[in-house]
Design a protein around this ligand. Structure first.
Ligand code: URP
Ligand code: ZN
Ligand code: ZN
Length: 473
């Protein structure tokens, strides 16, 4: 089925221009002026913007974590992503202790394949680096999982030591892969958490006070230096503060192939949100910090000290003792209430996958903090380049997958958990006004979202086999 999108303002990382766009066979087949309809369905996009589908490279769908499980699965999370203009994402496939990497991948495919609605890939999170696992790493790249994730925090659960990080970096360099790190000094955090608990400091703000920005900065610098010594590319996930940005900028200024992302929530929220009566809603790691850090992150995104904006989508219910209804079905999953009276037991993570592009549009571009082209670059194009999906995904070019969003600047909405498609009982941006929304969202030419109408089918999303030796931007 062919579609011609007529007279839209096409936006890429590099340019904005008015043209028609022909979708045929799931691909962008032609871009030009006055393209003939020629039996295609015609969509008038005059006065609207035509963007590449968003790519969220940091998500945790249906992740067992913090004594419960993140509440969006590969169907509900994908539906939410699509309503927010995101058509691809990369989830973290986490190796269990004693598991081979292939066993972990198999487990993740069981969760995802029959439910997926948008396209998705995996990063491989290594938690148990045995000799066998080391030897397995190159086969991951051949199979399209070209990134390895290591946690420098979560002591006793996911945390690895420097030997593991350094050996993995060396192996990645050999295999054309890239290492990603959650950079916080987990030993420091563990010590501070124990100390706070012993002193009876139990409220959610202590989540931030026991995870200082220096613990993030130190781990970031350590990872940057180890990557430099191993000659490997490095991507630092969820950067939250000025001090950590400085470490990445320092490495880049010395010619190292290091990059970093931040997540939408870190532009806006601070430790003051953790001090609210419902502060548990904002508990994520690393924590939300200060207004000065919010501003530093906007600057880092504008000046390319950071290269991507993702979400770290890992939703929990605020009150998991109460049912909510999702697509007519009642659902109840233990959530943030698990940490009532003890901040260290609050499941870490936030719901953001649907909000990312919407908030970047209205509060990034709309408030003059970044240009629309830069928004496309950090939310679509750079993620595709850095993670080996470009130019199949992440831009509007002939031959690319027709992952296309028609964005209507005149559609308005107030964010609320009721109108959001994330499967949880709250939204961080509750009450925020959105000026401009995705009106139509296509995935490989299929119209997933048409206004309020949802056409997505479980199983319609495809797994993305990614390329090794991807770009450093
Ligand atoms: O709080 C967070 N970020 N939860 C998800 C796991 C992680 O560290 O990314
Ligand atoms: Zn993390
Ligand atoms: Zn994460």
């Amino acid at each position: 089925m062919k579609t011609v999108i007529k007279n839209g303002m096409i936006v890429t990382a590099a340019e904005t221009y008015t043209a028609d766009l022909l979708i045929d066979g799931g691909k962008i087949a032609l871009i030009g002026m006055n393209l003939p309809a020629d039996g295609a369905q015609v969509v008038d996009a005059r006065g609207k913007y035509v963007l590449p589908g968003g790519i969220d490279v940091h998500t945790h769908l249906e992740l067992p974590f913090g004594g419960t499980v993140s509440t969006d699965d590969f169907y509900t999370g994908h539906k939410a992503a699509a309503f927010g203009g995101t058509t691809s994402h990369i989830d973290f496939c986490i190796q269990g202790k004693g598991e081979s990497l292939h066993q972990a991948v198999e487990k993740w495919h069981k969760k995802s394949d029959s439910k997926a609605v948008v396209d998705f890939g995996y990063h491989m999170a290594i938690t148990d680096l045995t000799e066998d696992v080391m030897n397995e790493i190159p086969s991951m790249a051949k199979e399209g999982i070209t990134t390895l994730k290591l946690f420098m925090a979560y002591k006793g659960l996911f945390q690895i030591d420097d030997t593991t990080l350094f050996k993995t970096l060396m192996k990645a360099a050999e295999a054309g892969m890239m290492v990603m790190v959650h950079a916080e000094n987990g030993d420091v955090v563990d010590t501070l958490v124990k100390d706070a608990l012993a002193k009876g400091n139990l409220t959610p703000e202590w989540h931030a006070l026991t995870r200082p920005d220096w613990a993030e900065a130190e781990a970031t610098m350590r990872a940057v230096a180890l990557a430099g010594m191993a000659g490997a590319p490095l991507y630092v996930v969820h950067v939250t503060c000025a001090k950590a940005v400085d470490q990445i900028a320092y490495g880049r200024a010395r010619g190292l192939n290091v990059m970093g992302e931040t997540c939408v929530q870190y532009f806006f929220f601070t430790i003051d949100d953790l001090r609210r009566p419902d502060g548990a809603k904002w508990v994520c790691s690393p924590p939300v910090r200060t207004q000065a850090d919010n501003e530093a992150l906007w600057q880092a995104i504008a000046n390319n000290s950071l290269q991507a904006v993702s979400t770290d989508h890992c939703p929990f219910f605020f009150d998991g003792t109460q049912e909510i209804e999702y697509e007519g079905q009642k659902i109840k999953i233990p959530g943030k209430e698990l940490g009532a009276g003890n901040f260290s037991k609050i499941p870490n993570g936030l719901p953001v996958i649907e909000d990312r592009m919407l908030i970047m549009w209205s509060y990034g571009v709309g408030k003059g903090r970044i240009s629309l082209n830069r928004m496309v670059e950090v939310c679509c194009t750079n993620p595709a380049k850095i993670f080996g999906m470009y130019p199949r995904k992440g831009t509007i070019v002939v031959g690319a997958d027709a992952d296309v969003v028609i964005w209507n600047p005149n559609m308005k909405k107030t964010v609320s958990p009721k109108s959001s498609h994330q499967r949880t009982d709250y939204n961080l941006f509750d009450g925020w006004e959105l000026n401009g929304l995705p009106e139509k969202v296509y995935l490989r030419g299929n119209l997933l979202i048409d206004g309020d109408t949802w056409n997505g089918e479980p199983g319609g999303g495809s797994w993305i086999k990614r390329d090794a030796h991807a770009a450093v931007v």
